[in-house]
Structure formats: structure tokens, C-alpha cells
Design a protein around this ligand. Structure first.
Ligand SMILES: [Cu+2]
Length: 323
């Protein structure tokens, strides 16, 4: 139902009443349908190839190494395609209106208001779009946050100013036992060795302030809280072997930016050998060398804090450590 103002131009009435108007409307509708079909064909063509790679991930980091990171990446790409489709449709309508209804004389154009179908569409369409995006976001988020009863590997992540300790556990929760451990120092970057194709549970705890465990290739970070809070998350499988830098993603103090570690993803067989070597009393570096891996971190290096060399005395009077 269309309600129009009283300012309908006679020419408009004449125009719509002219004998050729029905044919022109049909042609216009045909053109619109053609455009719609063409747009859909283009979308199918684009989704058929790797749209994410073609558009550089639409700004999202590529190269995720976990099943969860792939799902988050896919959600982002699908959301971008949906946003682009809506954008192209709206831009098309804008340009069509600009051309079709450009000024042709001084007469006031047809004034349209209280167009109920249009107003209904304006209200329903955004609600539908947001609902669909929310639905898929909720599914992926639930999937990423999902915890299983019996993960294959449980590792306790302990953060402290300004380093990490990784404890391999024989069960879940604070009461489980640590069977092997890796501790970072000022001279050695801690290397967290984990296997491919096994589910891994991370249980996080901090010894001082809030830190954040972040491996960019997991496309995921989670705060590490002090006190009794144990933040837990799982990765259903790591898919690509390799060395990946890990960082603290929460501003935790002076040396926050250097609080690095390395995630080393190896085959399940190598992982079992590594763990056995650690449990037999070998150091992390010796255990890594025993399975044919680089003993020290490859993606980052220890930093020099120069904590003992600072001298804030403007007269350069010597300052000694501890003095
Ligand atoms: Cu930190």
C-alpha cells in the first residue's frame, strides 16, 4: 500500500497512465532481475575460489594453525562477503536513484512517504542481517570455548613477571600432578612443545599480575589471572608443525614487550619422545636435541634488560647494583 502526498504532479499521473508504461515497468523489472542474477553469479564465482586469500584475509591474519583458528577465519571472511554484498546492493540503489531520478526541470518531484512496505523492509532487513551474523558468531564462539572431558594433553601455563613456565600435567584442574616442566629465564626463551592432531587443554594461572597468553597463529589470546582463577581453553588439534612465537598480550609492567615464548609444534611421536626425555631428567634443550629439534627458540630471543646498568644520576656519579 502506497500513500502519497497531495502534491502529486499531473505529469506523473499522466506518465503512469500512458499506454507504454506497463512495458517500461516490465523492462525495468527484467533489468533489475538480471542485475540480481548477475550479482548472485558473481558471488558464487567468488565463493568458489579462495576469497580470503584473494583479498588478503580482509585484514584478518592468515595462516592459523588450529582447527578453531580456521573456523574463526571462515566466519570473518563470510561476514565480510555478506557486508560487501549488502554494500554493493545499497551503492547500486544509490547510483540508480541518482541517475534515474536526476533533476529534469523545476517541477517538484513526486513526494513519497508513509510507504509501509518500504518502512517494513528498512526495519526487518537489518534485524535479519544482524540475527544471521549473531547466529553464526554464537556457533563459532561456542565451538572455540568448548571444553572436552578428556583432552589428550593438558598443559598448565604459569605467567610471571616477565617470563613463563609450562607444566605438563597428568590430569585436569589444580590438583593434577606436573610430570614435566619448562621454565624460561633471562637467558633462555621457554619453548612449549606440543603435538599435532591431539586435543590440548591450556590451564592458565599467574603468580603476580594479569598477563595474557597469545600465540598469533592460534588467532586467539586469553588473559592469565592471578589468584585462584584458572582460565581454561582448548584447541581440538594443531594442524601444522613448526615454531611460532608466543607473547604476553596484556600490559603487565616494564618488560611486558619482551615476555616472549615459543610454541614448537611437532609430530605426536616426537612429542611422546620429548616428554619421556624430560621425565627422565633431561633439560628442555637436551630433550629437544634428542628428538632432532632446534634446542633453542628460533622465532624470538632473550633480551638484555640492562637492569644493572641504568644510572639516573645526572652528575654521572657511579651507581652500583644493589647500592
Ligand atoms: Cu605479561
Amino acid at each position: 500500500m502506497v500513500a502519497r502526498s497531495s502534491e502529486v504532479r499531473p505529469s506523473a499521473v499522466r506518465h503512469s497512465a500512458s499506454p507504454g508504461a506497463g512495458g517500461r515497468r516490465r523492462r525495468g523489472a527484467g533489468r533489475l532481475a538480471g542485475l540480481g542474477l548477475g550479482g548472485m553469479a558473481l558471488l558464487v564465482l567468488l565463493t568458489g575460489c579462495d576469497v580470503g586469500a584473494a583479498f588478503d584475509g580482509f585484514g584478518w591474519p592468515q595462516g592459523g594453525i588450529s582447527a578453531e583458528s580456521r573456523r574463526m577465519y571462515d566466519l570473518w571472511i563470510a561476514s565480510c562477503i555478506a557486508a560487501l554484498a549488502v554494500g554493493v546492493f545499497v551503492w547500486g540503489l544509490i547510483f540508480w536513484c541518482v541517475v534515474r531520478y536526476r533533476k529534469r526541470g523545476n517541477a517538484l518531484p513526486v513526494q513519497t512517504r508513509y510507504n509501509m512496505p518500504m518502512e517494513f523492509l528498512y526495519t526487518i532487513a537489518p534485524i535479519l542481517i544482524v540475527s544471521v551474523l549473531f547466529y553464526y558468531t554464537a556457533i563459532v564462539q561456542t565451538d572455540v570455548d568448548k571444553l572436552s572431558k578428556n583432552p589428550d594433553v593438558t598443559v598448565e601455563v604459569v605467567a610471571f613477571k616477565w617470563n613463563w613456565q609450562f607444566n605438563y600435567r597428568d590430569g585436569q584442574g589444580p590438583d593434577a600432578r606436573t610430570t614435566a616442566s619448562t621454565l624460561g629465564t633471562s637467558e633462555v626463551i621457554p619453548v612449549l612443545v606440543l603435538p599435532t592432531n591431539r586435543s590440548i587443554r591450556f590451564e592458565e594461572t599467574s603468580r603476580d599480575v594479569i598477563h595474557s597468553f597469545w600465540v598469533p597463529e592460534l588467532l586467539f589470546k586469553r588473559d592469565v589471572m592471578p589468584g585462584k582463577i584458572r582460565n581454561v581453553f582448548e584447541v581440538s588439534s594443531l594442524e601444522t608443525e613448526g615454531a611460532y612465537v608466543g607473547r604476553c598480550a596484556e600490559l603487565c609492567g616494564s618488560y611486558h614487550a619482551f615476555m616472549n615464548f615459543e610454541l614448537r609444534v611437532v609430530s605426536p611421536e616426537k612429542y611422546d619422545q620429548f616428554l619421556a626425555a624430560k621425565q627422565s631428567g633431561k633439560s628442555t634443550q637436551d630433550a629437544l636435541a634428542a628428538i632432532g629439534e632446534e634446542p633453542y627458540a628460533e622465532t624470538t630471543r632473550p633480551f638484555d634488560t640492562r637492569r644493572t646498568q641504568s644510572n639516573f644520576n645526572p652528575d654521572d656519579a657511579p651507581a652500583f647494583p644493589g647500592s
